[in-house]
Write a protein that binds this ligand. Structure first.
Ligand SMILES: Nc1ncnc2c1ncn2[C@@H]1O[C@H](COP(=O)(O)OP(=O)(O)OP(=O)(O)O)[C@@H](O)[C@H]1O
Ligand SMILES: [Mg+2]
Length: 405
């Protein structure tokens, strides 16, 4: 077995319903997937660890399976952080341009100035995402390097994560023999995997409908301008089916995936499905349209809450490329159609773009986040100077050791 090298990168998505690890060779923006594993995990609730042992075991199993499939041993991975455990806001920074012409270090200083905001003690700054620059009175500049002026300003989207959430995730990975290279906001990763640059430029909202939550990120003029989380997802649909059809949760999950639909009027067949009962009672027959009638009100509620969040962001009228749905629950039959009807904008369902290798295995919106983690992680890896990498690595080891004892 060979070990990870420069262009072999691993992503670790610790979602509410499963832990996924993907190993890929990275060439620019294309991923050649060589190892994939997804392991069910009940140690996570809404993106936070609630059971260290169960989460550690799931990461370990996922790592071993992905390694076996790829023939590559991984020692580290880029991990995702759920939007439920971050706070995000916009900030600005301003500096004097040193030599009357903007250089790289002026840009670095102004981005640093935008970070100079009070962040709560229990938070760790995860991302500073520059939006547009202003040189003197000229605004809406994407790349100010080489421009003449005396004053440089930047608008940036800042994302800060709950430190304890990060410590617990790092602890579980460490116990499963996996170093965390760094944490990346899951929605940012999912968006990176599924969006084209044109969509980012035109204005687009990406909604990752997972098990516990639906995470939203909005792009305008190529940059992130807004992100938030709506605390409902696929698990709520399963719960309603379980109650509505009086069937155990595992059966409700299976029925939802195989026969569920978000809109009852989409069901044209009269197919009848066998539904297991609880308490030793015999199974019952239910029509697909009755199942859809149980699902529809909750699906409508999820989409309505997503719509409200997009409206409240203030960017609803600027989404030229509409809404892109991803995440496992976006696969529910009729979900995109329902979203298009309620949100009144073009809606498309999306999986990751530019994938090679085990493409068929990861061809599901459930894998968008982990594939995006690899894309963004490898970019960060490339941009980190060797000395900084060594220092960060030593700091991480120190942190991990101090957290464990
Ligand atoms: N074909 C399908 N049809 C309908 N729902 C599906 C389908 N496949 C998966 N789901 C649902 O998608 C959800 C899991 O999606 P995903 O893997 O994106 O979530 P997660 O990352 O584990 O959770 P979260 O992002 O909320 O932490 C589950 O509720 C599951 O039932
Ligand atoms: Mg997820």
């Amino acid at each position: 077995m060979i070990t990870t090298n420069m262009n072999v990168v691993a992503g670790l998505d610790i979602g509410t319903s499963k832990v996924s690890i993907v190993i890929a060779r990275v060439q620019q923006k294309t991923l050649e997937v060589i190892g994939v594993s997804s392991v069910a995990c009940n140690g996570i609730k809404k993106g936070a660890v609630v059971n260290i042992e169960a989460t550690t075991e799931a990461i370990k199993k996922a790592r071993e399976e992905a390694e076996l499939m790829s023939g590559v041993k991984i020692s580290s991975a880029w991990a995702g952080v759920s939007a439920s455990h971050v706070s995000s806001f916009n900030s600005t920074g301003m500096v004097a341009i040193r030599d009357k012409e903007v250089r790289r270090d002026d840009v670095e200083r102004v981005v640093e100035a935008a970070q100079a905001v009070a962040i709560k003690e229990d938070r760790e700054l995860l991302h500073v995402l520059p939006q547009t620059f202003i040189v003197d009175s000229q605004s809406s500049i994407r790349d100010p390097i080489g421009m003449s002026g005396v004053r440089l300003e930047v608008g940036a989207h800042l994302v800060a994560a709950n430190s304890m959430t990060l410590i617990n995730l790092r602890k579980c990975a460490y116990k499963a023999n996996l170093q965390i290279n760094g944490f990346i906001l899951e929605t940012l990763a999912a968006a990176e995997a599924v969006l084209s640059n044109d969509e980012k430029d035109l204005g687009v909202a990406v909604v990752d409908i997972g098990a516990a939550s639906s995470d939203i990120i909005i792009y305008q003029n190529g940059s992130v301008v807004f992100s938030c989380v709506v605390p409902v997802g696929g698990a709520h649909l399963t719960h309603d089916i379980s109650i509505g059809l009086r069937t155990p949760a595992t059966n409700a999950e299976e029925i939802k995936i195989k026969f569920g639909a978000a809109m009852a009027n989409l069901i044209t067949d009269n197919d009848v499905i066998e539904v297991a009962s609880v308490g030793g009672r015999s199974a019952r027959s239910v029509s697909r349209s009755s199942l859809a009638e149980v699902i529809e009100p909750r699906a409508e509620e999820i989409i309505t809450l997503i719509h409200d969040a997009i409206r409240k962001s203030g960017y609803a009228d600027m989404l030229g490329a509409g809404v892109v749905l991803t995440g496992g629950a976006s696969q529910l039959e009729g979900m995109a159609e329902l979203a298009e009807y309620i949100i009144e904008m073009p809606v498309r369902k999306a999986c990751a773009l530019n994938i090679m290798g085990l493409k068929e295995v990861v061809n599901s919106p459930s894998y968008a986040t982990v594939l995006g983690l690899i894309l963004l992680g490898s970019e960060k890896q490339k941009n980190t100077p060797a000395m900084a990498k060594a220092t960060t690595f030593i700091e991480k080891i120190k942190n991990e050791i101090s957290q464990l004892f």
